[in-house]
Design a protein around this ligand. Structure first.
Ligand SMILES: [Cu+2]
Length: 64
């Protein structure tokens, strides 16, 4: 795994974030995440500003 400081998303394109590929890794959490919970993520884009997205927490190794 290699940390990216930025992820380039060309205009009009989609980038899929998923386990085993490019993914988000949440670190330094204030509390543990419970599988099945839905969390809100704050995303910061260079040109389109702040956005939010939701994600369902999956157990490690859980199939998509
Ligand atoms: Cu990772």
């Amino acid at each position: 795994m290699r940390r990216l400081d930025r992820l380039v998303v060309p205009a009009g394109a989609k980038v899929k974030l998923e386990p085993g590929g490019t993914h988000l890794m949440l670190t330094e959490l204030r509390e543990p995440l419970e599988p099945g919970a839905v969390i809100e993520l704050g995303l910061s884009f260079e040109k389109s500003g702040e956005r939010s997205a939701t994600a369902r927490v999956r157990a490690a190794g859980e199939q998509m």
